[in-house]
Design a protein around this ligand. Structure first.
Ligand code: GLV
Ligand code: MN
Ligand code: MN
Length: 349
């Protein structure tokens, strides 16, 4: 599936590796740190150990996961999902972008379609270093987030079917217009989700109409919806409510509605032992830290199904991410990498 593995050997031949890394793919208008920072942080750990001529018992594997974002080929955390057996390899390879290009086409073009099976092969621990992508650490003036888990996320496609007709002569009354349904359902879903508390999230995007024309009532109108919550039961309730809203709004406007679930990544709880290891590493480096959960999805979610896993966050400017203005300081970058180094050494030594 194109995931890159880079090994620094350990001294004990049978010892399982410690995994570090993240992803290098980005959003269409993404920043320079989401993913890239975790890869370079892992590489920096290896270079630092080399500079110190410091051997570790366990090998250290730097992993660069393929298509974490899932924006072009729509499946979030795709490479790690395939590796973890959550998603079938064939299903991932046949995902297409808007131009009909497949993941398999692109891996071939790049020369990244490897021969090693994408499957877990044992690890002592896994760490992912990442920017927070939210405002909590910056607001509280804290240098390191010790991530105890990740909220659940579900991606849907909503397809509304109307009756195409002329924009001018067709009376407003009696139209079957999917735009009318979408207007109401977006508002209703936002209101329902806001009532689920401060961690509930709903994001509508990728609105497309067919035919592509300003003066024909759309025959179909599709959009994506990303729902998130840290509690799996609340997330389930959000889905039930959303489906009921779509049905009600479609009935009221005389259009058809279909909701398809794509990605489904349940809430994740990281390894308590590694969470404590990160806290000790932060204390040794002398940086302030707090426990927190991640609002964003990460490859660590699927890694955690197989190996003890935890994550380290650093603050980012204004909590901004998935935006080209995404920014961190050199000091923040160094603090996170130092904590990663300490945590890796604690386990790998
Ligand atoms: C990853 O960027 C996500 O959607 O959380
Ligand atoms: Mn990321
Ligand atoms: Mn991202």
């Amino acid at each position: 599936i194109g995931t890159l593995w880079v090994r620094r050997p350990g001294t004990a031949p049978a010892a399982e590796p410690v995994l570090v890394g993240s992803h290098l793919d980005t959003q269409p208008t993404g920043g320079r740190f989401d993913g890239v920072y975790g890869v370079l942080g892992g590489l920096e750990v290896i270079e630092r150990l080399n500079d110190l001529d410091a051997a570790t018992r366990h090998p250290i594997d730097l992993v660069v996961w393929t298509n974490e974002e899932g924006s072009r080929f729509q499946y979030s955390m795709m490479g790690s999902a395939v590796w973890s057996q959550k998603m079938e390899l064939e299903g991932a390879l046949s995902l297409t972008d808007v131009d009909g290009v497949t993941v398999a086409d692109e891996l071939d073009r790049l020369g990244w379609a490897g021969s090693r099976p994408a499957a877990p092969s044992g690890a002592a621990a896994a760490f992912e270093l990442h920017i927070e992508q939210g405002p909590i650490l910056e607001d509280e003036g804290i240098e390191i987030g010790v991530v105890t888990g990740v909220q659940g996320l579900r991606w849907y496609t909503i397809e509304l079917g109307g009756f195409p007709a002329h924009a001018g002569p067709t009376p407003m009354i009696g139209r079957r217009d999917p735009a009318r349904a979408i207007a109401g359902l977006v508002d209703d879903v936002y209101a329902a989700v806001e009532a689920k508390g401060e961690w509930a999230r709903a994001t509508f995007a990728q609105f497309r109409s067919h035919p592509v024309s300003p003066n024909t009532i759309p025959e179909t109108l599709t959009c994506t919806l990303d729902l998130r919550h840290p509690d799996g039961e609340v997330l389930e309730a959000m889905e039930t409510q959303m489906r009921a809203i779509v049905t009600a709004r479609c009935e009221a406007t005389g259009v058809t509605g279909e909701v398809t679930l794509g990605n489904d990544s349940p809430p994740v709880h990281f390894d308590e032992g590694l969470v404590a290891t990160i806290e000790q590493a932060a204390a040794a480096v002398g940086v302030s830290n707090r426990r927190m959960i991640s609002g964003a999805g990460h490859d660590a979610c699927y890694v955690a199904r197989h190996h003890p896993t935890a994550m380290i966050f650093v603050p980012c400017q204004d909590g901004l991410s998935h935006n080209e203005a995404e920014s961190i300081t050199s000091e923040q970058a160094a603090a996170g990498a130092s904590v990663l180094l300490g945590a890796v050494r604690a386990v790998a030594s």
